[in-house]
Design a protein. Sequence first.
Length: 112
Amino acid sequence: MARPIGITILAILQLLGAIVWIYIGALALMLALALLPLLAFMAAIPLILGIIGLILFYGLWTLKGWAWIWTLIINIIQVIWALYSWDLISLVLPLIIVIYLLVPGTRAAFKQ
């Protein structure tokens, strides 16, 4: 089964998000090391998120079942966090991703 265009778009968005997280993490790490080395461990959080994003990109791109479930879990957490913080703008994309991942055709692509 060929990868649906929606999953291709989702994978590319995941890759772009991962690149942004890695960039933010690298900047935060350089800043922390220059100003207060004790805070360098906090800069690792965006770097870890970026690495996870790259792994999820690979899984989505190659239609791995584990990528479907982990992308779903992470986006559900983002939806809950956006609702909790009343951040409606941050709610939109994760909610669309959750809905798209739950569409039967999308689920079937990952079950091949």
